[in-house]
Design a protein around this ligand. Structure first.
Ligand code: IPE
Ligand code: IPE
Ligand code: MG
Ligand code: MG
Ligand code: MG
Length: 325
């Protein structure tokens, strides 16, 4: 974490100084709550690191870095309503601690705050940021919608899954890097490689998120382990089991993912988890996650700056696939 720490500390300082304060407090308090209970701050770190490839005055990119974290937290606030999740970062989700209306409205206001932050840059850069931001944000909504549609769709393919995670998760990581490149006036070919680096890293990141949701340690992950299984999410683990599983594993999936299943959550989680392992899908998931990580690294190699300058991004990417939270 040595290369990451300085970026994260300058961020936390900026977060404290620009705390979301206003009236009524009932609008702002849920925003501060979610931002204050943790989070890896990976997306703002990506913005600062991308900017730092070209320029040293990283504080210039801090408002945009903050914007991407505020936007990310808005998506989580709404995602937890959609996923019926009670726990995030080891604490109550916003709609559980306050109520659903609070999570909807404070979430909406966070999206607006993100726009406010990126449009504070000079027009030449602010307009460029809004354009790429809009493209990313609508794709994220498309991916999020697909994620929910897939809960009740039985014939999802792995290619459809990959497109869904590219949209719901990966384009935001790619955007975080892209905005750093825009603010630093980086060459456009580097902008392309940074975007592709982020996109492939994001796919790898989401596969690891799926793995942790089933196989992680609750205390570290900070979410309910097995939440995806309970919600009938079409994760990589599920789809690969469907593809390569034997008769007994396929029986487990059809029994427990039946919309009329009436047994206990624990029984479902345990049985499905075993099927993910015995089918070999869990092992495949690790391999595919690593393959997207490698693809990401090949794009990082295509960036024209001195390799020394890439160390922070390399160590962040490395941390992301080895992470247990
Ligand atoms: C969670 O993102 C949402 C996904 C796209 C999987 P993170 O795992 O980055 O969440 P925090 O910000 O660190 O809590
Ligand atoms: C989150 O995906 C994607 C967005 C918030 C857009 P998940 O639903 O897998 O994220 P977690 O696992 O709740 O953090
Ligand atoms: Mg979700
Ligand atoms: Mg979720
Ligand atoms: Mg998840």
């Amino acid at each position: 974490m040595d290369f990451i720490t300085p970026y994260i500390s300058s961020l936390e300082k900026y977060f404290l100084e620009s705390s979301l304060i206003g009236s009524p407090d009932t609008l702002y308090e849920p925003m501060r709550y979610l931002l204050s209970i943790g989070g890896k701050r990976m997306r703002p770190a990506l913005t600062l690191m991308a900017y730092h490839l070209y320029k040293d005055d990283v504080e210039y990119a801090l408002p945009a870095a903050y914007a991407v974290e505020v936007f990310h937290n808005f998506t989580l606030m709404h995602d937890d309503i959609m996923d019926h999740a009670n726990t995030r970062r080891g604490q109550s989700t916003v709609h559980k601690k306050y109520d659903v209306n609070a999570a909807i409205l404070s979430g909406d206001a966070m999206l607006i705050k993100a726009y406010e932050l990126i449009t504070n840059y000079p027009d030449s850069q602010g307009i460029a940021l809004v354009r790429v931001f809009n493209k990313m944000a609508i794709e994220l909504c498309e991916g999020q919608r697909l994620d929910m549609d897939f809960e009740t769709k039985s014939d999802v393919t792995i290619a459809e899954y990959l497109r869904m995670v590219e949209y719901k998760t990966a384009v935001l990581l790619a955007y975080a890097l892209q905005q750093g490149a825009i603010l630093a006036n980086a060459p456009s070919s580097d902008g392309y490689h940074l975007f592709e680096f982020g996109k492939n890293l994001g796919i790898s990141f989401q596969i690891q998120d799926d793995i942790l949701d089933t196989f992680g340690e609750g205390a570290k992950v900070g979410k309910k382990i097995g939440g995806d299984i309970i919600q009938n999410k079409k994760t990589y683990l599920y789809l690969k089991t469907l593809e390569i599983g034997g008769g007994s594993e396929l029986n487990v999936l059809s029994k427990f993912y039946d919309p009329h299943y009436v047994g206990t959550e624990d029984d479902k989680i345990q049985s499905v988890k075993n099927a993910f392992i015995s089918s070999g899908a869990a092992e495949y998931a690790n391999q595919v996650r690593d393959a997207y990580h490698d693809l990401a690294m090949s794009h990082l190699a295509g960036i024209t700056v001195d390799s020394n300058k890439k160390k922070a991004l390399i160590s962040l990417a490395d941390f992301l696939i080895k992470r247990d939270k």
